[in-house]
Design a protein around this ligand. Structure first.
Ligand code: CP
Ligand code: NVA
Length: 303
């Protein structure tokens, strides 16, 4: 049976942990010069309808590093831009390549491709989720802190795709998650409700960032306007002013707290230069770990 990665909800605790454990092993081995060519002869298509630096390059480097090949397909250069049905695209691509990595707007696009494809479809970011990123982020937290289940992890800012995937992760992996989001910018209500039903620890939604991060082990921050929300950027700048992760907010967290930012960052907006470049920020380790997590995902799913 074909296994897709459309959201973290597709997997149980053991499977998510296995992606991370394998990525850590691949990272250790790569540092020793050991490289597995387990995807020799395999090809994946990358359909990207939004820009990307890290996700595109790390998926491509992961695939080439394991002996495989990549075809990069900007959405506008495919017949999708002329409304070819997704169900046709999915079945045609299944005859050419061994997997699809998709970055797009609606989650329905990834879900429909997965419904019709006979090859794995991997979500590389939609408006609703960014599952592969959260796996790299949790890998980074585990590297820095040990197991995640005992930690208090927080989210400060927009209840966006990243926040939704963190909510899934909290329910599946069993850590305490507190989110601080302004009114009108909460995470997806259905995702929150479903995750809370399954969660072993509280998933709490607050307004006040200082209250949310009090004593926390991890602070997560992301841009105030995501890709596709460029028209709202100015209005959002006003709404999110008090949600900036700066030294004052950081001082409310545990003294050894770490700060996560998936990048790209807007210095002086959601995070200050000082915090981003400071010793508690692990953004560049997160970025590196995308390479190892993507290797682990591809190795597991591509047949
Ligand atoms: N973090 C992340 O997904 O970065 P890119 O948009 O550069 O891929
Ligand atoms: N929330 C951001 C994440 C970028 C990696 C966006 O969707 O633009």
């Amino acid at each position: 049976m074909t296994t897709h990665l459309t959201s973290l909800w597709d997997f149980d605790q053991q499977q998510l942990q296995a992606f991370i454990d394998r990525a850590r092993q691949l990272k250790d081995e790569a540092k020793q010069g050991i490289h597995h060519k387990s995807l020799t002869g395999k090809t994946i298509g990358l359909i990207f309808e939004k820009p990307s630096t890290r996700t595109r390059v790390s998926f491509e480097a992961a695939m080439y590093g394991m002996g495989g090949q990549v075809i990069y397909l900007p959405g506008r250069d495919t017949q999708l831009s002329r409304h070819e049905p997704l169900k046709d695209m999915a079945r045609v691509m299944s005859r050419y390549v061994n997997g699809l990595v998709v970055r797009t707007f609606g989650q329905n696009i990834v879900d429909e491709l997965a419904a019709y494809a006979s090859i794995p479809v991997i979500n590389a970011l939609t408006d609703l989720h960014h599952p592969c990123q959260i796996l790299s982020d949790i890998m980074t937290v585990i590297e820095k802190k040990g197991a995640v289940s005992d930690l208090h992890i927080t989210w400060v800012g927009d209840g966006n795709n990243m926040a939704n995937s963190w909510i899934h992760a909290a329910a599946r992996l069993g850590f305490r998650l507190t989110l601080a989001c302004p009114a009108g910018y909460e995470p997806n209500a259905d995702i929150l409700a479903e995750a809370r039903k399954a969660a072993l620890q509280p998933i709490t939604l607050l307004r006040d960032p200082a209250q949310a991060v009090a004593g926390a082990d991890v602070i997560n921050v992301d841009v105030w306007a995501s890709m596709g929300q460029e028209d709202e950027a100015e209005a959002r700048m006003r709404v999110f002013q008090s949600y900036q992760v700066n030294n004052e907010l950081l001082s409310a967290a545990a003294p050894d707290a770490i700060v996560l930012h998936c990048l790209p960052a807007h210095r002086g907006e959601e995070i200050t230069e000082e915090v981003l470049e400071g010793p508690q920020c692990v953004a560049f380790d997160q970025a590196e770990n995308k390479l190892h997590i993507h290797k682990s995902i591809l190795e597991t799913l591509i047949k």
